[in-house]
Ligand binder design. Structure first.
Ligand code: GTP
Ligand code: MG
Length: 340
């Protein structure tokens, strides 16, 4: 399914877009490989294809799932995904993992951990693009999400590893941010960073099974208390902007108990977002975020690649090192010599 991108000459971005929209899985795999590609020759083709796909995007429920390694993200996504298919949905699973350096792909979102889901024709699982800067990996995942929407999936689940700064990056591309935690690991509060709870729309205490139910319920109460210190306890749709109060749930991805409540909570939040107009506002803001992130990256790359900048830098650095020239003054000289 991870269709290789044919040679540039053989690539027809319009035909690829038509294939994606028609639900052709080979075309989808190729389209995703194209947006993930770093080859300069692929970029204009990817851009033309995305332009053709854009009218078919923005149709799915977009959910981000974050949690430390081993928290149970893949197991939950498999369970939830299978339940959603049972209910008539189609599900795409993406991953954002900048730490991955395994053969250009990621263990995150690995199909072997979602074996039941991977074989379903109603599902599509795409591992994280190759390791790189967080911004670079996340940008590709954002484009992959758009491609999957154009392919007709009505739910997109994005798995993100909860380490470094990557845990909250899914909030720049999803409607609902689910944070997975477990009880009994001594991690109730410590180990989980404040910024993550600040951003969470739904907190899930998972692995509530096999005698772990009481610990999970206790952890849930603790997280609820902690959340209420900084977050509202009830929704307020009249406020500007409207306020969503984070929910805290317990569930087991192994027995399946509580997974239905997670979905009804995600669906309730989606209705809240639509009712209040927040969905369009949030997605518009996310699109602008990616506009400026991408523009910044492009300008920075051109700046560092500029012969003028490199030549002037070569003459300025010695003086900056010895202190004859202020670093800040040299920096402005470099910026002024740059002509795109
Ligand atoms: N008992 C129990 N075990 C679970 C549950 N969910 C996941 N596990 C187990 O926890 C381990 C890690 O689960 P994964 O789903 O791979 O966790 P992950 O968060 O995707 O991990 P990474 O992708 O490595 O970040 C596996 O051994 C699972 O079988 C659950 O609800 N109950
Ligand atoms: Mg996983």
């Amino acid at each position: 399914v991870n269709g290789a991108v044919p040679t540039v000459a053989a690539l027809d971005p319009q035909a690829l877009a038509r294939g994606v929209i028609a639900g052709d899985r080979v075309a989808l795999g190729r389209a995703l490989t194209l947006v993930e590609s770093r080859k300069p020759a692929h970029q204009p083709l990817a851009e033309e294809m995305l332009a053709a796909l854009m009218p078919h995007t923005s149709r799915a429920i977009r959910v981000g799932m974050s949690g430390v390694p081993g928290a149970g993200k893949s197991t939950l996504i498999e369970r939830l995904g299978l339940d959603l298919i049972e209910a008539g949905h189609t599900v795409a699973v993406l991953a954002v993992d900048p730490s991955s350096h395994l053969t250009g792909g990621s263990i995150l979102g690995d199909k072997t951990r979602m074996a039941g889901l991977a074989v379903r024709p109603e599902a599509f699982i795409r591992p994280s693009p190759a390791a790189g800067s967080l911004g670079g990996v996340a940008r590709r995942s954002y484009e992959s999400l758009l491609v999957c929407e154009a392919a007709g999936f009505d739910v997109v689940l994005v798995e993100t590893v909860g380490v470094g700064q990557s845990e909250t990056v899914v909030t720049t591309m999803t409607d609902t941010f689910v944070v997975l935690l477990t009880a009994g690991a001594g991690d109730e509060l410590q180990g989980i960073k404040r910024g993550v709870l600040e951003e969470a729309d739904i907190v899930v205490v998972t692995k509530a099974d096999g005698g772990n139910e009481n610990a999970a319920r206790a952890a849930r109460a603790q997280y609820e208390m902690a959340l209420h210190l900084t977050r509202p306890a009830a929704d307020n749709e009249q406020a500007t902007p409207p306020v969503w109060a984070p929910r805290v749930l317990t569930l087991s991805a192994v027995t399946g108990q509580g997974v239905d409540t997670l979905w009804t909570t995600i669906a309730a939040r989606q209705q809240f977002l639509e009712r209040t107009g927040e969905l369009a506002r949030r997605r518009g803001g996310q699109a602008l975020h990616w506009l400026w992130t991408e523009a910044d990256a492009a300008v920075l790359e051109a700046f560092h690649g500029s012969a003028d900048v490199q030549a002037l830098a070569a003459t300025l650095t010695a003086g900056v090192k010895t202190g004859e020239l202020a670093a800040t003054v040299a920096a402005r000289k470099l910026a002024l010599v740059f002509k795109p």
